[in-house]
Write a protein that binds this ligand. Sequence first.
Ligand code: BGC
Length: 353
Amino acid sequence: MNSFIKFGAVITACAAFLFSAHTETAFAADGDSLQLAPMTPAPLELGRGVNVLGYDPIWNNFEQRRFKAEYFSKIKEAGFDHLRLNIHPFRHQLSADEGYRMKDEWYKTLDWIVDNALRNDLKIILDLHEYNAMSEDPEGNRERFLSFWRQMSDKFTSYSNRVVFELLNEPHNKLDAKLWNVYAKDALAVIREKNPERPVIIGATQWNSINLLHTLELPADDPNILVTVHYYKPMRFTHQGASWVGEELKNTSGVTWGTDEEKAAVVKDFEEARKWGVDNNRIVYLGEFGAYDKAPTESRVTYTDYVCRTCEKMGWSWGYWQFDSDFIVFDVKNDKWVEPILGALIPNSPVLK
Ligand code: BGC
């Protein structure tokens, strides 16, 4: 995120994650088909997740990818249940005259990722991560935005609800609450034409802030919407040394975390989101949280563990920020888990020594 104020966000799980009309699915019997056949109804539960591939060279050149095919099974074996795939599609769209159609190469990459996730029993969220473009110039990018969701809606119509759509990561700036409600409504309408029951994740403006949940206008007659929040409070701790959040934090270091007061602040914020979720009958999903690699390791572990456990006590699913690049839980260069962070996320992970 691009501001000092990445307000925390969180979500409320209507206690037991019950999502009435979902259709759980399994692979069709014909072997390599990834069109999923309906099975028994099951609750929508995303469980434990990790953000992936947003900043991987794979999108420009498949051969140069950092993310290896075996990482899907490694992620599953470690105890994760889903991936939140961070997608920046606008630069891979054809021209307006061609309806902003996604390029063929881009589809190949997307297929490789989605197919591998599903084959490894990982649910996958397609998170539209064009939050800067959309927030700086909503009108100029409106057609790209709607075209993207129209294309995803067409492509995934016959896929199971293990493929989840997230309308837009962290709207902010010009996408204020009023405008974001209009854009979200329009995108949802496009999706619902062909995917009437697909789980769709929507968060409030101001970087998916908990504090702005009350501004969200969601259709009361659509039960298949989850509401997301992101949590990086306090920014002085989680973003110390980060270059993208302004001079002050860039030059901050050595900030620790873990006092009783700091822990109480997390509980208070999450309680606010939990209450909102219960009052509004919406499942809450914590889609991003974590502390930058430059923060003191011991405090990063304490923080990650505390946020995660508090989230689980609320009954929410979560997605850690992120697998690779920064805030890492997996060290691609040395091909191994960052064990203290993995242990904070999944204390009983079978891959921990
Ligand atoms: C952004 C990343 C950033 C992270 C934490 C994400 O939503 O896409 O660029 O590192 O938030 O600030």
